[in-house]
Every structure is written in C-alpha cells, then in structure tokens.
Write a protein of this length. Structure first.
Length: 131
C-alpha cells in the first residue's frame, strides 16, 4: 500500500527538479535536502523529518529508482577539467590572489575526485540523460 503524499505540490516540484537535474548525479541526501527547501518555499503546513523512510515512500509514489552509474556514461570530461584548472590558475595569477582569498575550507571538505556511483531516475527513463 502506498502512502498518500502530504503535499502533492512538493512531490510534483521535487520530481520535476530530479528530471531537470539531467547529468548531475543525485544522492538520497541531496534529494532529502532539496525536499526540506521546497517544504519551506511552498509554505507547507506542519513538519516533516524528510528521513530515509520518507525518501523511500517518495520513490515508490513517484516511480523514482536508484541506478548505478556505469562505464563511460559517468566519465568526466577530462579535457574540460584540464582547461578549467589552467584558466583558474591564470585568473589567480592575474589577480595576484593568495590561497586564502580563493576559498576557505576551514570547516568544509573538498572531494576533488569524488564521484557518486549511483543516482536516481524516473521510472520512464532507462538511464539518466547525460550520465
């Protein structure tokens, strides 16, 4: 038995957001975080934990499935990455910026090489577009 959504608007906009994310791999945590944002933006009455249980029910209600990212489809554009690093280094040199002026990673983590192995897609898609 599927649980009814407390807000059909939330389900609708969140599913559309997933669909529009195209080539960006989405994790469960990212989707739950976006649901919290939409909860506030849509001024939904009451509270919701947006827990793993909520996420699983959302998936079933909306035909959202988790898929593995395989092979070349999930590969990064190495040439574009190389060009970005070179351009970024040029801008830093031209502007005479110190590392402290570029970013502050005091309480953050930078997963430079991290790439999710799974993402989500709607039930009418075989694989996420562009991934």
């Amino acid at each position: 038995m599927l649980h009814r959504a407390k807000s059909h608007d939330l389900d609708r906009v969140l599913k559309e957001w997933i669909r529009r994310s195209e080539s960006v791999p989405l994790s469960r945590e990212t989707i739950m975080s976006q649901a919290r944002r939409y909860h506030d933006e849509l001024k939904i009455q009451g509270s919701c934990a947006y827990s793993i249980g909520w996420y699983q029910k959302f998936q079933r209600r909306n035909g959202i499935k988790t898929v593995k990212i395989r092979g070349d489809r999930g590969s990064a554009d190495h040439e574009a990455a190389k060009e970005f690093v070179e351009e970024f280094a040029r801008i830093i040199a031209d502007e005479k910026l110190s590392p402290e002026q570029v970013y502050n990673a005091d309480e953050t983590s930078l997963f430079w090489r991290y790439c999710p192995r799974r993402t989500v897609t709607t039930s009418d898609e075989i694989a996420p577009p562009g991934v």
